[in-house]
Design a protein around this ligand. Structure first.
Ligand code: ADP
Length: 447
């Protein structure tokens, strides 16, 4: 087991990882920018190292500074959290070259999954269902038309180097296709310096369902069930649930089984998430994230298993603490992402939190690094906390969520709490009846 872990992140996830390390009796080092000197995780860590000024590229993305912090403090492993360097293959390789363990998969696996065309090819080879479409990049208009006619309109053109929902265009007819192809290519070229695009069938009313997987580091793979993250705004997840209201136990174990086997066949090590669009009972792979997800606590709530403990165990060569048959799904969990943003326009609202009071009681978890008097710096993303609620079933979970949202107080800044108070009373949400477009339509109506 590791002696000392360096946490290369900030905010709620840095604190989340720190808590896991403390429980395992592992010493902690945190790195932080000058803007985060007063952060909760900095106060709670055994050691801290200031690695640079506020902009991320000079601090949380500065590989040299982070490796130097490892050497100075004698850390033998790095947990990257999510975002920042968590899916940076070069970072994983550099740490390996310095004999420091990256708590995550190999650089090669990060690289494969970071290239959308390569990821889709790999998924297909491993027996994961993918969206019908071109087999790789498409350059000729004639070829694009042939493929689109074969899979049927509407189709979506996506940038190979894409990310964050950018560089995508939908075409409903052959006439649309010509324009969509041109604009997608020029946008992709401008945004990513690579104008390669590929074509997929466009699914009109899918849900976003993702499977939590783990490779044990010895060639074995397991799944921890799925999460439904269909409530999104601009491709950003807002509300996540486990299990999905749309799946039954048979579908869960079928897709989970396919994913677990794929992870084993790939020889993957550590935590990963295989993301799908789900429509009319069919799953379509969109991408794999090779790290811990923001929404991992809903899986922890229904399985009772600490996924960060498992990541640390696997990275240290100790394997998983559970076998597939030990993983049981109990009750229902929902996570609300509380952002420092206007709840309707979503404009960021940094500033000082004058009063912060979190809900409590059975089945409530709040993951947050902020406190009364904390000043939110304007340099980073606006997530200030996550409210995770667990109940014996979805109805109980929703009742508890409503109560928890009533108790939650964040004064001094705007937050997305009022949006969740509206959503929890909505009939479609109560029925679990929503797809990936539902939230944007709801917001557009201004209800
Ligand atoms: P990115 O890496 O840019 O986030 P993804 O491939 O993960 O791109 O897709 C982002 C989002 O775009 C999905 O969550 C979904 O909302 C939408 N999307 C992607 N592919 C399709 C598709 N074939 N049909 C319908 N919507 C899609």
């Amino acid at each position: 087991m590791f002696q000392k872990i360096l946490i290369a992140n900030r905010g709620e996830i840095a604190l989340r990882v720190l808590r896991a390390c403390k429980e395992l009796g592992i010493q902690t080092v945190v790195v932080h920018s000058t803007a985060d000197a007063d952060a909760m995780h900095v106060r709670l860590a055994d050691e801290s190292v200031c690695i640079g000024p506020p902009p991320s590229r000079d601090s949380y993305l500065n590989i040299h500074q982070i490796v130097a912090a490892c050497e100075i403090t004698g850390a033998d492993a790095v947990h990257p959290g999510y975002g920042f360097l968590s899916e940076n293959a070069k970072f994983a390789d550099i740490l390996a070259a310095h004999n420091i363990t990256f708590i995550g998969p190999s650089g090669d696996h990060i690289r494969i999954m970071g290239d959308k065309i390569e990821a889709k090819r790999t998924a297909k080879r491993l027996g994961i269902p993918v969206v019908p479409g071109s087999d790789g990049a498409v350059t000729e208009e004639k070829e694009a038309k042939r493929i689109a006619a074969e899979i049927g309109y509407p189709v979506i053109i996506k940038a190979s180097a894409g990310g964050g929902g950018r560089g995508m265009k939908v075409a409903h007819t052959e006439a649309d296709l010509e324009i969509a192809l041109q604009t997608a290519r020029s946008e992709a070229g401008a945004a990513f310096g690579d104008d390669a695009v590929y074509i997929e069938k466009y699914l009109e009313k899918p849900r976003h369902i993702e499977v939590q997987v783990f490779g044990d580091g010895f060639g074995g793979g397991v799944h921890f069930g799925e999460r439904d993250c269909s409530l999104q705004r601009r491709h950003q997840k807002v509300w996540e649930e486990a299990n999905s209201p749309a799946l039954n136990a048979e579908e869960r174990s079928r897709i989970g089984g396919i994913c677990a086997k794929a992870i084993a066949d790939l020889g993957y090590s550590g935590a990963g998430t295989i993301e799908f669009l789900y429509e009319n009972g069919e799953f379509y792979f969109i991408e794999m994230n090779t790290r811990l997800q923001v929404e991992h606590p809903v899986t922890e709530a229904i399985t009772g298993i600490d996924l960060v403990h498992e990541q640390i165990r696997v990275a240290s060569g100790g394997g998983l603490s559970v076998r597939q048959e030990d993983i049981k799904f109990t009750g229902h969990a929902i996570e609300c992402r509380i952002n420092a943003e206007d709840p309707r326009t979503f404009t960021p609202s940094p500033g000082t939190i004058t009063h912060f009071h979190t809900p409590g009681g059975l089945g409530i978890r709040v993951d947050s690094g902020v406190y009364s008097g904390y000043k939110i710096p304007p340099y980073y993303d606006s997530l200030i906390g996550k409210l995770i609620v667990h109940g014996r079933n979805r109805v109980e979970c929703m009742m508890r969520l409503r109560r928890a949202l009533d108790e939650f107080v964040v004064d001094g800044i705007k937050t997305t709490l009022p949006l969740f108070r509206d959503l929890v009373g909505n009939a479609d949400i109560a029925n679990g009846d929503y797809d990936i477009h539902w939230l944007e339509k709801y917001l557009a109506k201004g209800e």
